[in-house]
Design a protein around this ligand. Structure first.
Ligand code: BTX
Length: 252
């Protein structure tokens, strides 16, 4: 793509017509694939969200993409690549569509209160060594409607702007931004990413219900800490740190 301005991410670019899930395909090839390999598919027949949830991935209407990374990072810091991706997608949307997108911690991008993008980061690690990380990004681009159960909570760039979006330009912008913020993360650590997340967050300052397995509680989201955890202030004024992996956070 003439729009791609990266050193290594997307140099190896695999474009599929149809696949179960780009994250699954990426996992299969990851051990042999070069760092920064990208897998994109026009359609996913079983696109996945977190916790076994389904990700609707219609043909030709979205960007269903996985980035394979082999970072010199611990598993604990690799988790934060979800937030690196979130910041990248928000900036790409602002730059190319001039639409104001926000981050719903930890892994959703929201426009006008509806989900436009989800991020699913998965890794393969042994003890403190990461073999590879797969950052899956699902962005609703040109679909004009969603299945009934998603009508009220999902949106697309087309629905928001009334214009069909050139997926090539947008994809390149997401990849360019991802490499930029990935380098920032490697060089300067999580702090600049954390600041960007806070700047674009819809979660911070709002009342939320946290659902973590059988444990549920309400509180006010007040901060994101240096590990990428969400900090919740509960009724008695004390604070709880919530890890991204296993929770669902709902507005109340
Ligand atoms: P999540 O678990 O946070 O969100 C999943 C939930 O989002 C679903 O239960 C449903 O309510 C809603 N949802 C499903 N499809 C859509 C959609 N197209 N738009 C808006 N809302 C939807 C979010 O998980 C992480 C999703 C990552 C998707 C990418 S696509 C490329 C890669 N491959 C793959 O299989 N997954 C990732």
């Amino acid at each position: 793509s003439p729009f791609l301005k990266t050193d290594f991410i997307g140099k190896n670019y695999i474009h599929l017509e149809s696949i179960s899930s780009t994250n699954d395909y990426a996992k299969e090839i990851a051990s042999k694939a070069e760092n920064g390999t990208i897998v994109v598919s026009e359609e996913q027949t079983s696109g996945r969200g977190r916790l076994g949830r389904k990700w609707v991935s219609e043909k030709g209407q979205g960007l269903w993409m996985s980035i394979i990374l082999k970072p010199e990072l611990t598993p604990q810091s690799s988790v934060k690549l979800t937030q690196v991706a979130a910041v990248s997608v928000v900036n790409a949307i602002i730059e190319t569509i001039e639409l104001n997108a926000s981050i719903k911690w930890p892994n959703d991008i929201i426009i006008n209160g509806k989900k436009i993008c989800g991020i699913l980061t998965e890794m393969n690690a042994e003890l403190d060594r990461v073999n590879y990380v797969i950052v899956g990004i699902g962005l609703n681009v040109n679909m004009n409607k969603f299945p009934d159960d998603l009508k009220d909570k999902a949106t697309s760039l087309f629905i928001e702007t009334g214009k069909k979006i050139d997926r090539k330009k947008l994809t390149a912008s997401i990849i360019n931004n991802f490499e930029k913020y990935y380098y920032i993360f490697l060089k300067e650590g999580f702090e600049p990413i954390r600041i960007s997340c806070l700047k674009h967050s819809v979660t911070i300052g709002s009342e939320v219900r946290v659902i973590s397995g059988k444990n549920e509680f309400n509180g006010k989201a007040v901060d994101i800490d240096n590990d990428g955890n969400l900090i919740i202030e509960i009724g008695d004024g004390s604070r709880k740190a919530v890890m991204s992996g296993d929770v669902s956070v709902r507005g109340i």
